[in-house]
Write a protein that binds this ligand. Structure first.
Ligand SMILES: Cc1cc2nc3c(=O)[nH]c(=O)nc-3n(C[C@H](O)[C@H](O)[C@H](O)COP(=O)(O)OP(=O)(O)OC[C@H]3O[C@@H](n4cnc5c(N)ncnc54)[C@H](O)[C@@H]3O)c2cc1C
Length: 382
């Protein structure tokens, strides 16, 4: 029988995060105003406490599933605001761990390697990337040149997995993935990207100028396999967006003096005020989006890979859209409180927008859904 309730262990983990919420919120404005400062590895106030992600692993058997619960932790953390502990497994590390050789996994699998695909003129259209890697056949050394933007976590990372164009053995153009460790000559940071929201989120622009690395640094994944990693990370990105939406919904209810389970929602539609109606619709959208995230992560926990692409894209498309609409809707019913910097609402409004952009904007995720359902390739439907 399906049971949609959280287990006791799930509840304990979620409670641990809400206990830390006031700490995260006390730093929120500071990091919004100090974009160039990367938050510490771990904040002093939580040094003695176990990370909620570790709690999920420790209590794995008693939870609803580790993938599902880690997404719920991401949502609750995002609802708190800034992260109190830095994540140490970048997207690049995930790719290396599933596609690297034994030697590559031993060398970089435990390090924090982030992921760089996006360039000033190539994001959704990854085929347009211009970064190039050229092999010197005699020395076996690759030389990389190019520019990457919006590299999440680069400031605090050990290195980056860079996607670049290469020539395959037949001389055709193909994609290559290369590990560049910090300190590699020619790997330069252009500093933090200026963003409208989530300014605490370490995001750097980088340049590759004649970066030279041996063949060992090339991870043997084709473009399609590299992007498989997004099947799991898209629902998590949606969870981040829903966390911000939840913060705004909670704040709106608090300002209006309403609580979540009030009977007003059982009133007839004609008896509700416009504000109640608006809140009700946003709560319904939030629940629907949350269920797509949970469904996608629940399938991941069961090892169901067949629909992973569809589930991941659906969760991200709906989650991103919900974050956008709910944050907009809350601003509308909050009035002046929404605009004052005395509260975090205006910051959350800016933060929420970004979750409908990265890991594929809504349009792209809807395209993916259509391709999977209708059986079209990316070339046929774009
Ligand atoms: C905070 C943040 C962190 C990020 N972190 C990383 C990272 O770690 N690594 C990384 O590689 N990238 C990262 N990105 C980049 C992110 O993945 C891209 O911004 C995203 O993929 C969109 O690409 P783009 O910005 O080039 O926009 P575009 O692709 O130019 O899209 C612009 C608009 O056009 C629409 N559009 C584009 N193509 C189509 C189409 N075929 N049909 C219909 N509509 C379309 C899009 O939906 C969007 O609304 C990050 C971005 C942000 C904001």
């Amino acid at each position: 029988m399906l049971d949609f309730r959280f287990t006791d262990a799930d509840e304990r983990i979620l409670k641990a995060i809400s206990e830390e919420r006031p700490i995260a919120r006390s730093y929120a404005r500071y990091y919004d105003e100090h974009e160039d400062e990367i938050p510490p590895l771990i904040f002093e106030e939580v040094r003695e406490r176990i990370s909620p992600y570790d709690l999920v692993d420790m209590e794995a058997g008693a939870t609803s599933g580790t993938a599902l619960m880690k997404a719920m932790v991401a949502l609750e953390e995002s609802c708190s605001d800034i992260r109190l502990r830095r994540l140490l497994n970048g997207l690049g590390s995930i790719v290396i761990n599933y596609a690297g050789t034994e030697e590559q996994v031993a060398r970089w699998g435990g390090k924090n390697i982030v992921f760089a695909l996006t360039e000033p003129s190539a994001g959704s259209d990854a085929a347009a990337i211009r970064a190039r890697a050229v092999l010197d056949e005699q020395s076996g050394v690759w030389t990389l040149n190019g520019e990457k933007v919006y590299v999440s976590g680069f400031g605090g990372a050990d290195g980056v997995l860079v996607l670049a164009k290469v020539r395959d053995e037949q001389g055709r153009q193909a994609f290559g993935a290369f590990v560049l460790e910090k300190g590699t000559p020619g790997l330069r940071s252009n500093g933090q990207t200026r963003k409208m929201g989530i300014r605490h989120w370490d995001t750097e622009d980088i340049a590759l100028v004649e970066c030279k690395v041996p063949e060992l640094h090339r991870i043997d994944v084709d473009f399609k396999k590299t992007l498989l990693v997004f099947n799991g990370t898209r629902p998590t990105a949606a969870a981040y967006g829903l966390g911000v939406a939840k913060a705004l919904l909670d704040f709106a209810r608090e300002c209006l003096g309403l609580d979540q389970d009030e009977r007003r929602f059982r009133k007839l539609a004609a008896e509700r005020t416009a504000t109640e109606e608006s809140l009700l619709r946003m709560e319904a959208l939030y629940d629907a989006a949350l269920l797509t995230v949970m469904h996608s992560k629940w399938s991941e926990d069961r090892g169901e890979v067949q629909d992973a692409k569809l589930n991941g894209a659906a969760a991200k498309a709906l989650g991103g859209m919900a974050a956008r609409r709910i944050s907009q809707g809350c601003m509308e019913i909050l009035g002046a409180a929404a605009l004052s910097e005395e509260h975090l609402a205006e910051k959350w409004f800016r933060d929420a927008r970004i979750f409908d952009i990265f890991e594929g904007p809504g349009d792209i995720n809807r395209l993916i859904i259509a391709r999977v359902i209708l059986g079209y390739s990316a070339k046929e439907l774009n």
